[in-house]
Design a protein around this ligand. Structure first.
Ligand code: AMP
Ligand code: ZN
Length: 471
C-alpha cells in the first residue's frame, strides 16, 4: 500500500515495523460539545484507513484518546479549558459533560459505521504516565519550569517544524484565534506540559504533581496514551490536518526527546470539510451534526458516501446540494443492488479481476473515490449477479455503506407494496392484454389498457414482463 506521509511530503510504500501488528494511533475528540460533520469526516477516513489495512491483510491495533482535560480554547495553550467552557455553558460538571459528549460521539460513530478503536482511553486516566514523561523531559534538559508551569523547550531540538511544507493557512488554523503571548516561555514555540493552579484558578479537574496541583497540557496526552498501549514505536499516527501544527509537531518533539529515537513512521492527515462560506465551526451559524442531518431527513450513510466520493487529501465543500447529490447516488446504488438475484455460482476470474481494481484504488494512497468507481464497475460488469453480490459484500468490509441491508430492506418494501396492491381481477385483465398483444390483436390490447386506465391503473412494460400500479 502506498500512503502519503506528511513527514516526507511524499507517497511512500507502507512498511510496518512488524507486519504481525500495525500500530495505529488516532487523536480522539475533545468531548465538550457534539462532533460536527467536519470532525466526523476525519473519523470516517481514519476508519476507512484502518479497515483498508485489515482488508489488505495487516492486523491492526488502533488506539484513540478521549480529550477530557487540557485542550484550551487555542491549540497554542491559551484561553480557557474547552471542557470547563462546555460545563459552564450547560451548567453541568466537567465529568457530566465528558460522559454525555463521549456517548454522543460514539452514537454518531455508530450511525456512520465508524468502528470503535481497539483501545479508547480518556486522558484523565493517565496522569501518572504524564508525570513520568514530564519528569524524564526535565531530567534530560528538554523541559523547564516557569511561572508555575512546565514547558517543553523547543530550542533543544534540531528541527521543530517537521511538517513545514504545510500551507500558511493550515498552520494558522492550528493556532486559532485569540492567541496571547505567554511571558513565561523562553521560546515562541515552547508549549505547556503541565499547568499548575498558578495559571487557571477555575480549572475543574486537578491532580497532585511534583510541581504543584495542576493538570496536563493537551499534547502530552497523545504521546503518553500511545506509548502506554502501543509501546515506543508507532507505525501510523492519524488526525485532521489542523492537528499537524502545533499538536502533532509538539507530540513528536516531546516523544522523540523522551525516547531518544524516532517515534512514528507515517503521519496521515485528513483535510478539512468546509462550508461554502468557509471553515466549519461549533460556535457560529448552523452547527452541522449527524443529528441535524437526520432531522432534515438524511440517512447518515449518504454522508459517509459523500465523504468517500472525494480523496482525503483534498478539502471538501459541504452544501445541501452536494449532499442531495450523494443521496441520489446512494439511492440509485441501493436500487441497483436490490435488483440483483442470487443466480448461481460466483465466477472466480471475474471476481478476482474486479476486486483487483478495488484493491488498486486502496493501495494508491487510499483513493476512495476510485474505490467507489470500482463498485460502479461491478454493477456494470458482464458477470452474473451472484458474483456482483459477492464483490459488493467484499468491498463493504471497507466502505461500510450498509448497501446489502439497505437493498434487502428496499426489496422487502417493494414486495410489501406489491402484496398490498394485489388484485386478481386486474392481474387477469393484464394477462388478457398480454395474450392479445401476443396474438397481434392490438385493438383488443388497447381496449384493455384504456379500460384499466379508467380504473386508475397504469401499465408498465418491463423486460421482466408487464407490471401495473395504481396511479
Ligand atoms: P477536536 O474534537 O476539536 O479535537 O477535533 C477532532 C478531530 O476533527 C481532529 O482530528 C481535528 O483535526 C478534526 N477536524 C477539526 N475540524 C475539521 C474539519 N472542518 N474537517 C475535518 N476534520 C476536522
Ligand atoms: Zn493527539
Amino acid at each position: 500500500m502506498y500512503l502519503y506521509n506528511s513527514l516526507s511530503h511524499k507517497k511512500e510504500l507502507f512498511v510496518p515495523n512488524n507486519p504481525d501488528q500495525v500500530k495505529m494511533y488516532t487523536c480522539g475528540p475533545t468531548v465538550y460539545h457534539y462532533a460536527h460533520i467536519g470532525n466526523l469526516r476525519t473519523y470516517i477516513m481514519e476508519d476507512v484507513l484502518e479497515k483498508s489495512l485489515r482488508y489488505l491483510g495487516y492486523p491492526v491495533k488502533r488506539v484513540m484518546n478521549i480529550t477530557d482535560v487540557g485542550h484550551l480554547a487555542s491549540d497554542a495553550d491559551t484561553g480557557e479549558d474547552k471542557m470547563v467552557k462546555g460545563a459552564k455553558r450547560e451548567n453541568k460538571t466537567v465529568l457530566e459533560i465528558a460522559k454525555y459528549y463521549t456517548d454522543a460521539f460514539f452514537a454518531d460513530c455508530d450511525k456512520l459505521n465508524i468502528k470503535r478503536p481497539d483501545v479508547v482511553e480518556p486522558a484523565t486516566n493517565c496522569i501518572d504516565e504524564y508525570i513520568h514523561m514530564i519528569q524524564t523531559l526535565l531530567e534530560k534538559g528538554s523541559a523547564y519550569q516557569a511561572g508555575g508551569n512546565i514547558y517543553f523547550d523547543t530550542s533543544t531540538l534540531e528541527k521543530y517544524y517537521v511538517f513545514n511544507d504545510h500551507d500558511e493557512e493550515d498552520l494558522a488554523v492550528g493556532v486559532r484565534e485569540g492567541v496571547e503571548e505567554d511571558p513565561n516561555k523562553k521560546n515562541k514555540n515552547d508549549f505547556v506540559l503541565w499547568f499548575t493552579k498558578s495559571k487557571f484558578e477555575d480549572q475543574a479537574l486537578k491532580w497532585d504533581s511534583p510541581w504543584g496541583v495542576g493538570y496536563p497540557g493537551w499534547h502530552i496526552e497523545c504521546s503518553c496514551i500511545s506509548m502506554k498501549h502501543l509501546g515506543d514505536d508507532l507505525d501510523i499516527h492519524a488526525g485532521g490536518i489542523d492537528n499537524a501544527f502545533p499538536h502533532h509537531t509538539n507530540e513528536i518533539a516531546q516523544s522523540e526527546s523522551y525516547l531518544g529515537h524516532k517515534w512514528c513512521n507515517y503521519w496521515f492527515h485528513v483535510h478539512h470539510l468546509n462550508t461554502d462560506t468557509g471553515k466549519m465551526s461549533k460556535s457560529k451559524g448552523e452547527f452541522l451534526t449527524v443529528s441535524l442531518l437526520e432531522r432534515k431527513g438524511y440517512d447518515p450513510m449518504a454522508y459517509r458516501l459523500f465523504c468517500l466520493q472525494s480523496h482525503y487529501r483534498r478539502n471538501l465543500v459541504f452544501s445541501w446540494e452536494n449532499l442531495d447529490n450523494a443521496v441520489a447516488a446512494y439511492d440509485k446504488l441501493v436500487a441497483r443492488i436490490a435488483a440483483l438475484k442470487q443466480d448461481g455460482e460466483v465466477e472466480q476470474a471475474a471476481f478476482q479481476q474486479l476486486k483487483a481494481r478495488f484493491v488498486g484504488a486502496l493501495n494508491g494512497d487510499l483513493n476512495t473515490s476510485v474505490a467507489v468507481t470500482a463498485l460502479y464497475d461491478v454493477l456494470k460488469a458482464k458477470c452474473n449477479d451472484a458474483t456482483k453480490l459477492a464483490l459488493i459484500t467484499d468491498f463493504e468490509q471497507v466502505l461500510s455503506l450498509n448497501l446489502i441491508p439497505a437493498a434487502n430492506a428496499l426489496k422487502q418494501k417493494q414486495a410489501e407494496e406489491e402484496a398490498a396492491n394485489a388484485d386478481p381481477e386486474i392481474d387477469a385483465l393484464v394477462a388478457a392484454r398480454t395474450q392479445a398483444k401476443k396474438e397481434k390483436n392490438f385493438p383488443e390490447a388497447d381496449r384493455i389498457r384504456d379500460e384499466l386506465k379508467l380504473r386508475g391503473i397504469e401499465i408498465i412494460d418491463t423486460p421482466q414482463g408487464t407490471k401495473w400500479r395504481k396511479v
